[in-house]
Design a protein around this ligand. Sequence first.
Ligand code: PEP
Ligand code: MN
Length: 264
Amino acid sequence: LVSRKWRVKPTVLDLGDGVTIGEGSLAICAGPCSIESESQMEKVMTHLLDNGVRLMRGGVFKPRSSPYAFRGLGMDGLKVFHRMARERGIKIVTEVMQVSQVEEMHDYVDVFQVGARNTQNFNLLDALGGVDKPVLLKRGISGTVEELLSSAEYVFSGGNEKLMLCERGIRTFETASRNTLDLNAVPILKAKSHLPVIVDPSHGIGIREFVPQMALAGVLAGADGIVYETHETPETAASDGAQTLDFDESTRLIRNLRRVYALR
Ligand code: PEP
Ligand code: MN
């Protein structure tokens, strides 16, 4: 069902209030790795609105490699995130980690993110197949393109057609970067599937100074959108500071993303 053989026309997701994701426009989604505080959200939202960006990412349930690392503000944080975003006309993308969270998070999210560690959590995919909210499905850490499409099939066949795919880098033998952003996957996914394809250069390369180049390369490779991490002071970010842009870098990137998209 997610194949171009089944549906030729590209899927465009309408998030309401004029925010769409899919062919015909470039979706830009930015924000911190983790939601940390009201003042942090306020600063990020102001930065985004100053740049005409109305999609914000930010995790409240964080899948951390170490149990001792910051694991997110949970539902309390999400409720504040949602309220502040609503007040400003911003749509939010946030990660759901387990089936039990789908229902409690439902009314407070615009897009459910499925993280790379959960791409093959089939119970979670089944649960998201039953909701009427868009899903951003990340590629598994060691997942193939076919496995990503099969995971998408779970959600879509469950009845939720509001779905987008995200290339966020895969684990390879290369250790010079956090992950290997597989830009090959972008045109391949676009050719195989009618779903929007998003590139996450932050997790893809993991090195702040190279994130903008990889984001721009993602657009040239054919991505329908870019999701990246930004924070007022990346050095103090609760997670993923080393791959997070400050607002000056983010402003420059947004401008360049639009320029490069216009060349396509
Ligand atoms: C994130 O978006 O902050 C995240 C944890 O992403 P991934 O699942 O791709 O590692
Ligand atoms: Mn992150």
